[in-house]
Ligand binder design. Structure first.
Ligand code: AMP
Length: 215
């Protein structure tokens, strides 16, 4: 049965950074809904053009669009053993759709690490975040700087600041998170799947705690 791990937490909690490492260590595919939207945006696909206005405003892309995209992604062969889900589900409707999809794929949500970080720290983290153009690797100008300024350590591509990491949009994204996504914390706690992790620890400490929790 496929093992699907849902990473929960506000924007800036470190989901993307940790999902990358977890994927490497467990061999499970890393599925980032935000990365898929950004790739589609870059390629100007129909999906990317549709998602663009929502993303730039810091709002969620509509559930039907997002669910269809994830359904297609989870159906690919590299997800048959399971996956690390980063940024999905983000609404109760998405969580319900995920359960149905995984049921069809003979899988289930195995655990839900919730990386918690206070809002004041989130804003600081997002405003210093640099993202790699080629594959979405993540850096921070102070807390996790690249070896060479503006260049990705992993693939040498250019680092850029996401448009939605601007202060006004960051505030909107955090508000959207509290309104639409945070109810999932209780949902997964009631299901006995939630593992709360202190996301203010160092990147390495969070990784160690996460690995112990999911294994
Ligand atoms: P992220 O990289 O996870 O912060 O996502 C960037 C943006 O993509 C979000 O602010 C949303 O506009 C959109 N997005 C990503 N994942 C989802 C999702 N599960 N549901 C709706 N919109 C999403």
């Amino acid at each position: 049965m496929g093992k699907y791990i849902v990473l929960l937490g506000p924007p800036g909690a470190g989901k993307g950074t940790q999902a990358e490492v977890l994927s490497e260590k467990t061999g499970l595919a890393h599925i980032s809904s935000g990365d898929i939207f950004r790739e589609n945006l870059k390629a100007q696909t129909e999906l990317g053009i549709l998602a663009q206005s929502f993303m730039n405003r810091g709002e969620l892309v509509p559930d039907d669009v997002t669910i269809a995209m994830i359904r297609e992604r989870l159906g690919r062969p590299d997800c048959s053993a399971g996956a690390i889900l980063d940024g999905f589900p983000r609404t109760p409707a998405q969580a319900e759709a995920l359960d149905k999809m995984l049921h069809e794929l003979d899988g289930k949500v195995a655990s839900v690490p919730y990386i918690s970080v206070p809002t004041s720290i989130l804003i600081e983290r997002l405003s210093g975040r640099w993202t790699c153009r080629a594959q979405g690797h993540i850096y921070h100008s102070l807390y996790n700087p690249p070896k060479i300024l503006g260049v990705c350590d992993e693939d040498g591509s250019e680092l850029y600041q996401r448009e939605d990491d601007q202060p006004a949009t960051v505030e909107r994204r955090i508000r959207v998170y509290f309104e639409q996504t945070s109810p999932l914390i209780d949902h997964y706690r009631k299901a006995g799947l939630l593992i709360e992790i202190d996301g203010t620890q160092s990147i390495e400490q969070v990784t160690t705690t996460l690995l112990a929790a999911v294994n």
